[in-house]
Design a protein around this ligand. Sequence first.
Ligand code: IMP
Length: 182
Amino acid sequence: MLVLKNEVVLNDKKFKILIYPEQIQEAVDKIAKQINHDYKDKKPVFIVTLKGAIIFAVDLLKKIQIDCEIETIRAKSYGSGMVSGGSVLISQMTGNIAGKDVIIVEDIVDTGLTVFQLRRELELYKPNSIRVATFLLKPSMISNPVEIDYVGIEIPPDFVVGYGLDYAELGRNLPAVYVLKE
Ligand code: IMP
């Protein structure tokens, strides 16, 4: 049986539990329902941003009941630190998305820079539409003009790990979300 830890230590930092697995699944269900409804006559392409969004995407996509395609893209802005880096590296571009309805799947929107730049880059491939689904959102941190269409859970502007999110590449496998302990 899986025992959920209330606290975890990753390298030199301590984290405490913030969001429990049941709350995560409720958030994923909510987004899946909205997308199933909004795209019922469409065949969207989900573009999963690696690596952070993989766990969210796996749970979300299993609940998508319409025909869809799945692509991945790599977008990196944090490096090994805890502050958004200010530049985004996009690589491993997807297949052909021209004329298609794209849904970007993100783990977390912090300053909004990653989504802002991703959108701009993907628009060059002439999709029919682009929407964004994010597991977590730090509303008070947003400093870029981005529209986020589907949000799982809003959180305070603190550093979190787990459910795909990492601290220096550790913690992605945690089944809950943990926040940095002061
Ligand atoms: P943004 O470009 O500032 O919106 O940052 C988005 C990216 O930064 C996410 O895709 C994550 O990879 C990373 N990130 C932002 N906040 C956190 C956090 O609290 N923990 C771990 N990674 C984060």
